[in-house]
Design a protein around this ligand. Structure first.
Ligand code: ZN
Length: 146
């Protein structure tokens, strides 16, 4: 893959130093998902209180894109309302489809924008977001395919 150097640095930093890795104690929604095309696995845990994402953790194994995306997602959604987190998931997935999106909403996540040019890797980048949608999204979004 040929990603912009800055973007590559952001991705490798999250891959090598994942944020919010681990397990949540107490009440948490847990979703396990796999991306069979690459072998990526993620266990995402969310603690939702009063409609807010109070805390989030993940564990996983997989390629740098999948793990960096999961790490970046946890940073991005922590403290957001569930509605805003789900909106961000839709925006991220729109970026992966190559659609024009609001860069301000995405922040650091834009570092993954280059993945949209590599269709085989898109599922790597969206795995964590699919887990998020499955955890707290309306049922009709749970099985969205990219
Ligand atoms: Zn992957």
């Amino acid at each position: 893959m040929q990603l912009d150097d800055l973007y590559r640095q952001v991705i490798m930093d999250h891959y090598q130093h994942p944020r919010n890795q681990g397990d949540l104690e107490g009440d948490a929604v847990t979703v396990d998902l796999r991306n069979p095309s690459c072998g990526d696995e993620i266990k995402l845990q969310l603690q939702v209180e009063n409609g807010m994402v109070r805390d989030v953790r993940f564990r996983g194994a997989g390629c740098s894109i999948s793990m960096a995306s999961a790490s970046m997602m946890t940073e991005a959604i922590k403290g957001l309302s569930v509605a805003d987190a789900l909106h961000l998931a839709q925006t991220f997935r729109a970026m992966m489809r190559g659609e024009a999106v609001d860069a301000d909403e995405l922040g650091d996540l834009e570092a993954l924008s280059g993945v949209s040019k590599f269709p085989a890797r898109i599922k790597c980048a969206t795995l964590a977001w699919q887990a998020l949608q499955r955890a707290v999204g309306p049922a009709e979004h749970a099985d969205d395919a990219d």
